[in-house]
Design a protein around this ligand. Sequence first.
Ligand code: KIV
Length: 270
Amino acid sequence: MVTTRDIRERAGDEPITMLTAYDAPTAAVVDEVGVDVILVGDSMGNAVLGYDSTLPVTVEEVRSRTAAVARATDDALVVADMPFLSFGVDEADSIEQAGRMLKEADADAVKLESGPHTVDLTRRLTELGIPVMAHLGLTPQHVNQLGGYQRQGTDAEAAERMLELAREHEEAGAFALVLEHVPANLAEQVTAALDIPTIGIGAGPDTDGQVLVITDVLGLDEWSPPFSKQYADLRGEMTEAVSAFKREVEEGEFPAEEHSHEVDDVDDVY
Ligand code: KIV
């Protein structure tokens, strides 16, 4: 079983692998392969729930999918992503929602899209025994403020602010930090400045680990961000399989004899 402590100790060591998963069969494969961390990301909004962004994703959706992932996972660390406005509004409510991810969905930790508003919350959750993975750079829950999904930390002032926030979250107790869509040279500096590991997505090769969204990895989406890599074309394979089923039914090829059974007793019921 991978623990948050194992992940924390991997800074500067063997690269950490993290993938998202939103259902049991996918989590089972990711876990069997030996990926270190499974993130039940709020990216499920775009990836599998048909929303245009992550904003509509509910705590219930993340909790139910985290539980499915946790049931299928033996070894990987399962991290539940706290969705938009489920944290940061009211401390007691944030603690309750994060705690329920561990108590009811069997998550090992939560991830918060971080900013100045999550430093104290990270400290409080950590004190209470709810491990926190922080997330800086592009934080898609702020899309309306950022005006899109652009790279972050692209000037000296923004880079310094990010470095400072990274340090504050480490000091508050975060066990790891996701860096999304930031220049590789900034990610390298943040990684060097911290004792906890950084896990990058669109953040170059010098972070302590890498994370990708599973539907991008599998080639399930029509569109993927330029920093992701497709390792398969499951959309193409699904299209072929579904087309073959349709054609075989229409042409009377399916079901064949081996897919049917007969029982003598019901020969004369009609
Ligand atoms: O929701 C998500 O999948 C994420 C990753 C992209 C880090 O936050």
